[in-house]
Design a protein around this ligand. Structure first.
Ligand code: SAM
Length: 337
């Protein structure tokens, strides 16, 4: 039996899968004539995927290369040969393990020794296949990314691996469920503040990181294996030394300034910003770098703002208690371009 995965089948910090209905309702009920959308902090791409089903033009961007690879799998306009790619997925599932970069650095840590060897073999083979186009390669890499996520010996992020190797399930590549739509898409792997100077859309959706946890750290293993530049790794958590190039301004104290610059440069009818009220604790990495008041005053400069909120029960990773937090959406109808 063929096994498929969908774009939403991925663990991701701040992923909005559970909030899609809320986001959709706010847009449906409070905007008119929106046919083009931009998701410039795209993450997994689940919000972009909702826009993909509704609009006739879509722009998706993220600073992480691994996310950009997934966008090409799910949203690229390039055609692909489904049979050929699915045959390659079958083939990759059958090849023998080898000992390479993944085994050396992440074996018996983030992955079982066997899975690390399998990932080494699959990743090297994908690099060598020479009769596939860019999208077909991205489909194979996305299949590997989702498969790694399923067997990683972690609680969902890669700041640390579990002390005891209890993720022995064998890695299996599945087929992506791609809902092809004939719409125009533009996919980017850049700083959102740069992308925004080149694009325009009816609605621009903004979901940046709001605290000091950088995604280049949280997903360093995935990013490293998908990029396959084989950098040196450092520390107990084996983070790639080159990840610092991907540090986001939004995780630093400069975040309000970056946000202000971003909003100023937006060309759109509507701007929709996601935010949550995670608690403020002394010296905590979860503290927001931008306050609600700052968001509101920056958006007020651009147009008329309405705020929508939803209670959201967030189970903190690894702990049994939950914090009841609110998810906010700021919708700005642009009047000052
Ligand atoms: C809260 S997550 C977005 C989650 C996404 N909406 C979803 O549902 O999966 C924030 C994303 O912004 C990306 N990011 C951080 N700084 C960025 C920047 N300066 N430009 C573009 N993307 C950035 C991170 O890599 C991360 O994927």
């Amino acid at each position: 039996m063929k096994e498929y995965f969908e774009i939403k089948n991925r663990r991701y910090l701040g992923g909005k899968q559970k909030l899609l209905k809320f986001i959709e309702a706010v847009i449906e009920e409070n905007t008119v004539n929106v046919t083009s959308y931009a998701d410039i902090f795209g993450g997994t791409g689940v919000v972009a995927d909702m826009f993909y089903q509704k609009g006739n033009r879509l722009i998706v961007n993220d600073l992480l290369f691994s996310n950009y690879i997934c966008y090409q799998c799910f949203f690229s306009m390039e055609s692909y040969n489904k049979n050929k790619v699915f045959n390659y997925i079958n083939y990759l599932n059958e090849i023998d393990q080898v000992k390479g970069y993944v085994t050396k650095n992440f074996g018996n840590k983030y992955f079982s020794e066997e899975n690390a060897g399998k990932i080494d073999a699959i990743r090297e083979t994908i690099e060598k296949i020479d009769d596939i186009n860019t999208r077909e390669k991205c489909i194979l890499l996305t299949s590997l990314l989702y498969a790694m996520d399923k067997v990683a010996n972690t609680v969902g992020h890669y700041d640390a691996y579990r002390k005891v190797m209890d993720s022995k399930k064998r890695i299996v590549l599945k087929y992506p469920k791609i809902n092809n739509h004939i719409i125009s898409t533009s996919l980017y792997n850049e700083d959102a503040n740069e992308v925004i100077k080149k694009i325009s859309a009816d609605l621009v959706y903004i979901d940046p990181p709001y605290n000091s946890r950088g995604y280049e750290n949280t997903y360093h293993v995935i990013e490293n294996i998908i990029e396959w530049k084989k950098p040196k790794v450092e520390g107990i958590s084996m983070k790639a030394v080159n990840r610092k190039e991907k540090t986001s301004k939004y995780t630093k104290k400069d975040a309000p300034h970056a946000f202000n610059e971003l909003i100023k440069n937006i060309e759109a009818k509507y701007i929709l910003v996601s935010f949550n009220n995670t608690e403020q604790k002394a010296n905590s990495r979860s503290n927001a770098k931008i306050s609600k008041e700052q968001i509101l005053s920056i958006l007020n400069e651009k147009g008329n703002v309405k705020v929508y909120e939803k209670n959201f029960n967030n189970f903190t990773t690894g702990k049994s208690h939950s914090i009841n937090h609110k998810e906010m959406l700021y919708l700005c109808e642009v009047t000052n371009e």
